[in-house]
Design a binder for this molecule. Structure first.
Ligand code: COA
Length: 339
């Protein structure tokens, strides 16, 4: 059953009523990285497509990035802080282990009516948040949800490891979800799909800093609270999972790949995106890319790209957008939206 059909029974259809994004001012280019680790602009560009990434200022936390993006999404949705009744922040780089980063965002926004919590689903986190907020609104429990993908990955990167430090960046993207109506149906969520494979937790993780491996004086030098990755394994898993997730969401929406006007994929690596869209037979002109500017911002990536694509004219009213993501867990997620 598609989400649209469900809405005809007893559930409410749900739409994206506004989007917003924010990236820190500081730009770290590939040339800058050449001075930090043994790498080159040529290597990074040809292997990933990334040219630059943004780095949060000292004292600028994930919740700050999230709050900026949230304000922009609320403004576009024409909602005030007191209208928001649910805040979900998707992040793997929370301000603190507890409380949730969403609580800091609630405080900053003064959204005192909102229930606020975080989701940890790595790069798929924004689309996980989208689905759980959609379900909560569809069933009538909540009305105006703020979902945010926000990361300060620069705080969890080993800046001496060229295998990983060139890939990631900081930023945040947000969306406001509300019930759809006949008059207001821009951003209608047509279908969603989520998946998890917990058998490959070791190929992409942050091994230290949790209860399994607290950071101590003895292990402090080992960069255990930094992203660790088996790049080739992740690459293969990402291509397979994102292709399948794309096909599933398109099918659940009752569409074919030809009906998709724009794919907004997780922005990790241009070669991963090309491999997926080639297999789906979707031409490059129908794929939104901004990883050259921001690198991989994990949970923020799809959210920032959605905001940029819908604000800069890459999306027209009535267009069908495929959102698809993949990340540590392993997790994957997809959605088809009618703009
Ligand atoms: N600069 C220069 N050389 C680098 C480098 C860098 N920044 N990073 C790695 N290398 C070297 C490696 O040391 C290796 O050298 P060796 O052959 O002498 O051992 C060589 O480049 C090739 O490494 P390899 O792992 O085969 O490269 P690759 O073509 O697979 O590309 C990634 C590496 C990380 C770009 C790629 O595997 C990838 O994108 N994986 C997925 C990452 C991802 O998306 N993660 C997040 C998912 S949500």
């Amino acid at each position: 059953m598609t989400n649209k059909e469900a809405s005809n029974e007893s559930l409410r259809a749900v739409r994206i009523a506004g989007t917003g994004s924010y990236v820190p001012e500081k730009i770290l280019s590939n040339q800058d990285l050449e001075k930090i680790v043994d790498t080159s602009d040529e290597w990074i560009t040809s292997r990933t497509g990334i040219k630059a990434r943004r780095i949060a200022a000292e004292g600028e936390f994930t919740s700050h990035l999230a709050t900026h993006a949230a304000r922009r999404a609320m403004q576009q949705a024409n909602l005030q802080s007191e209208d928001i009744d649910l805040i979900i922040v998707a992040t793997i780089t929370p301000d603190t282990l507890t409380p949730a980063t969403a609580c800091y965002v609630q405080q900053a926004l003064g959204a005192h009516r909102a229930v606020a919590f975080d989701i940890s689903a790595a790069c798929s986190g924004f689309l996980y948040a989208l689905e759980f907020a959609r379900v909560a609104i569809a069933g009538g429990t909540f009305n105006n949800a703020l979902i945010i993908g926000a990361e300060k990955l620069s705080a969890f990167v080993n800046w001496t490891d060229r295998n990983t430090c060139v890939l990631f960046g900081d930023g945040a993207g947000a969306a406001v979800l509300t019930p759809a109506s006949d008059e207001k149906k821009t951003g209608l969520i047509l279908s969603t799909h989520l998946g998890t494979d917990g058998t490959k937790t070791e190929i992409l993780n942050i091994p230290g800093g949790g209860s399994a491996c607290p950071i101590t004086l003895e292990n402090a030098e080992q960069h255990l609270a930094a992203l660790s990755m088996q790049g080739r394994e992740v690459f293969k898993a990402a291509v397979n999972a994102m292709r399948r997730a794309s096909e599933t969401a398109i099918e659940k929406a009752g569409l074919s790949a030809d009906d998709i006007n724009l794919v907004i994929p997780h922005q990790a690596n241009l070669r991963i995106i090309d491999a997926i869209t080639d297999r789906l037979k979707i031409g490059k002109e129908r794929v939104f890319i901004n990883l050259d500017k921001y690198g991989n911002t994990s949970a923020a990536a799809v959210a920032i790209a959605l905001d940029e694509a819908t604000r800069n004219g890459a999306v027209q009213p009535g267009d069908r957008i495929l959102l698809v993501a993949f990340g540590a867990g392993l997790t994957w997620a997809s959605a088809v939206i009618e703009w």
